[in-house]
Design a binder for this molecule. Structure first.
Ligand code: ATP
Ligand code: FE
Length: 356
């Protein structure tokens, strides 16, 4: 089964060809990603209109390149999967229109995929993880703890009530004068920093449940910065390193402790081979990755972290999610609509423990 996937929900235009082999493993035959960072650089964030125009002009180039690299023609593809949401509506629409054109033109089945399901199912693409597994999705725009029960059932145990962690890394970098991209550069600065010099909060750890908050952490970093400016007129490189280390440790602590609670809820479901996966750009952070891995191991869970290129936005994960849906007989038709909002959870966490 060979599926062409398309992704255009944010600022990456991507196309990929993925084949599911007879033994259930996956072969990524190609995965093309065109970033748009340079187009949005002057605006300090993604501009939806610019993104949509860029997707519209780049999607067919990405598709052509993905087919060429896979050494296949469109005729040899079994189905076309596309991100139908959630995301920026203009970009999602561009992708859906492109996929509809290809599906209609080549008489192939069309499959609409939830972008977050793409992220959450990636551990099955890379490591053939069995359901149910726990997944922590931490990226620039999202932060969720989910139990993946099947390709179509995700139970949300908690998530951020304000900023996503990646967003917090980027904002704190800006505040303390560390250059963008904030995530990797804070991680680099933190290596020579003393995490104990500044006492930053661990938001919401005093409250039950798996919800998280990162915006207070950002404010605390701002206050520490202002205190330094008042006392010594500015920030020395060592101050930046110490603040980076303190911030990174606080994020890691919050993620680990909230994940620990999610593990308890997850183990209640009685998984046969308990496993946890991380996904999203923040999963690239080694301190966070190791801290999660240690806790997962302590609690007897297998830990899976896909390669970074499959953690950040890509179309291989969309093609794979398409394969999963196709195998369940879930195919769409040309009325498939773009959905700017599309929550992933299909079951309330309240059902946990009832075995439902
Ligand atoms: P989404 O996928 O939620 O729509 P996005 O596409 O912006 O959002 P990703 O591409 O998954 O998110 O990840 C980008 C984010 O990950 C950025 O906020 C970046 O700062 C963060 N990030 C990348 N590398 C690291 C790192 N080493 N440490 C911490 N954060 C990182
Ligand atoms: Fe994403």
């Amino acid at each position: 089964l060979t599926v062409l996937g398309l992704e255009s929900s944010c600022d990456d235009t991507a196309a990929a060809v993925v084949r599911r082999t007879a033994d259930g493993a996956a072969d990524i035959l190609s995965s093309v990603v065109f970033g748009q960072a340079d187009l949005h650089a002057d605006f300090g964030g993604v501009v939806p209109e610019i993104a949509a125009r860029a997707h519209a002009s780049k999607l067919d180039v990405a598709v052509k390149q993905a087919l060429t690299e896979a050494d296949l023609t469109l005729n040899a593809i079994d189905a076309i999967a596309v991100t139908a949401g959630p995301g920026l509506i203009g970009g999602v629409m561009s992708g859906v229109m492109c996929a509809k054109g290809l599906a209609a033109g080549a008489s192939k089945p069309l499959i609409g995929v939830n972008h977050l399901a793409g992220h959450a199912l990636t551990p099955r693409l890379t490591d053939q993880l069995n359901f149910p597994y726990l997944v922590l999705l931490v990226s620039g725009g999202h932060c969720q703890l989910l139990i993946a029960r099947s390709a179509t059932e995700f139970m949300r145990l908690g998530g951020t009530i304000d900023d996503a962690p990646g967003e917090a890394f980027d904002k704190v970098a800006k505040l303390i004068g560390v250059s963008q991209p904030g995530g990797p550069n804070i991680e680099r600065a933190a290596k020579t920093g003393d995490a104990t010099r500044f006492q930053l909060p661990r938001p919401l750890l005093d409250r039950p449940g798996c919800d998280m908050s990162f915006s207070g952490l950002k404010t605390a970093a701002l206050r520490a910065r202002d205190a330094l400016i008042a006392a010594q007129g500015g920030l020395q490189p060592q101050d930046q390193c110490d603040l980076s280390a303190a911030f990174q440790s606080a994020v890691a602590d919050v993620l680990v402790e909230k994940t620990d609670r999610a593990i308890t809820a997850y183990l209640d479901v009685g998984p046969r081979s308990p496993a946890i996966a991380v996904a999203g750009g923040v999963a690239a952070n080694m301190q966070i990755r190791h801290a999660l891995e240690n806790r997962a191991t302590d609690r007897g869970l297998r830990f899976v972290a896909p390669p970074l290129a499959l953690c950040t936005d890509n179309a291989a994960m969309i093609a794979w999610a398409g394969i999963e849906r196709y195998q369940l007989g879930l195919v769409d038709d040309l009325t498939l609509a773009a959905r700017p909002r599309w929550p992933l959870d299909t079951k309330s966490a309240a059902l946990l423990g009832s075995g439902k």
